[in-house]
Design a protein around this ligand. Structure first.
Ligand SMILES: Cc1ncc(COP(=O)(O)O)c(C=O)c1O
Length: 389
């Protein structure tokens, strides 16, 4: 049997993903290449992951050098590279979040954040927000809107959960009470379609937590690490979190995640309280350090702000009627179904994503996106003006 035979491989993979009709074999900058010679402008970044695009020399050499030096060691031993990554992440993150626990994914980061909140408050209830997405593991799915009706919902939640309607300050003030361990919220709801909250709602989130003794968990798995044109959504919206989770852009494609927390929470955690085999491995840590260094050295936060403004200025055309979101987590509101616009863009070699909102097309490009890429998108949308969707 030829195990490299492509059809054989397809026969063995579980077919659980609706896949796009192209197969990349390489990537360079913002472009994916196919065997047929197509060059596809990737404005989706593998679900907000490809922070520095593809083939970034600093990332490749950081991985190669670390792999050569020490490929893996667990948290059973202290590693300089792990301390360096934690220091640079804590310095990059907003002030009170001085302690870091490294994990492997967004869901795992949220799972740990929820556990810390429940244990440290001794309470049993978590408040989440309608239409949120926090992941597919038991705890993360329990606070994900609609998970119960989906395949990854479990028959019982591991703790009590209540969902606040979006932007309903009164409901927030009533529901976040003295039985609530935490309120978990994305600063901009990603999967929901780059949905922005009203500033009053985000401010009320902090106040409601202060008044009730609940913790504020910011899920920055999608919004974090420069995506919004600030280190985190917490910086952009002036929100002080007790716990912040992040993943996706943190590793630029290398699987990793992190839970950041206030020192007061961390000091109650001792050896054996949290754990992971792979989290905080040397390769992940070398990548995290390099991603943060590159964002800062190449002024990518300023660039994200500039490119975001340009998209809002010139891409409301053709099928696009409005833009929502922030930085490079943008939702293009489309008159026709977003999936049809996604297909029409892909036919022109531009990749964008859909969202839970059938009329919102999501852009989650690498933070290295430039003006010429925005112009490509604007031209393609203009060309679609007369398209019959
Ligand atoms: C806001 C948010 N939280 C958590 C997750 C889950 O992350 P992961 O798929 O890495 O487990 C996602 C993934 O899309 C997300 O967007």
């Amino acid at each position: 049997m030829n195990i490299s035979n492509h059809n054989q491989q397809e026969a063995h993979l579980n077919e659980v993903y609706p896949t796009l009709p192209f197969k990349p074999i390489a990537g360079r900058g913002l472009y994916l290449e196919t065997a047929e010679g197509r060059h596809i402008l990737d404005l989706y970044g593998g679900h907000a992951v490809a922070t520095l695009g593809y083939g970034h020399p600093k990332l490749s050499s950081a991985i190669a050098e670390q792999a050569e030096r020490l490929f893996f060691q667990s948290n059973a031993v202290r590693l300089d590279i792990r301390d360096e990554a934690a220091n640079s992440l804590a310095a990059f993150a907003p002030e009170p979040l001085s302690r870091v626990f490294f994990v492997n994914s967004g869901a795992e980061a949220n799972e740990n954040a929820l556990r810390i909140a429940l244990k440290s408050t001794g309470r049993k209830k978590i408040i989440a927000v309608e239409h949120s997405f926090h992941g597919r593991t038991a705890g993360a799915a329990a606070v994900t809107w609609g998970a119960k009706e989906s395949w990854y919902g479990f028959p019982y939640d591991p703790f009590e959960v209540a969902f606040v309607p979006r932007n309903d300050v009164n409901a927030l003030n009533t529901m976040v009470d003295r039985d609530s361990a935490a309120l978990i919220i994305e600063p901009v709801q990603g999967v929901a379609g780059a949905f922005n909250f009203e500033p009053e709602f985000l401010n009320a989130a902090r106040t409601a937590c202060d008044n009730s003794g609940a913790l504020l968990i910011l899920d920055e798995v999608q919004t974090g690490v420069g995506r919004l044109g600030a280190p985190f959504g917490a910086d952009l919206y002036g929100l002080s979190a007790d716990i912040l989770t992040t993943a996706k852009a943190l590793g630029g494609g290398f699987p990793c995640g992190a839970v950041l927390m206030r020192h007061e929470l961390a000091k109650d955690l001792g050896p054996g309280d949290l754990g992971t085999t792979f989290g905080g491995g040397p390769l992940a840590c070398a990548v995290i350090k390099t991603i943060i260094e590159t964002i800062l050295n190449d002024n990518l936060l300023q660039s994200v702000q500039k490119i975001s403004t340009r998209i809002c200025e010139i891409c409301i055309r053709g099928p696009v009627i409005a833009v929502q979101g922030a930085g490079l987590l943008l939702g293009l509101k489309t008159k026709p179904k977003a999936a049809l616009v996604r297909d029409a863009l892909l036919a022109r070699n531009i990749l964008a994503g859909t969202s839970a909102d059938p009329h919102v097309l999501r852009l989650l490009p690498p933070l290295t996106m430039g003006e010429k890429h925005v112009d490509c998108l604007a031209e393609a949308l203009e060309e679609m003006s007369n398209e019959n969707f």
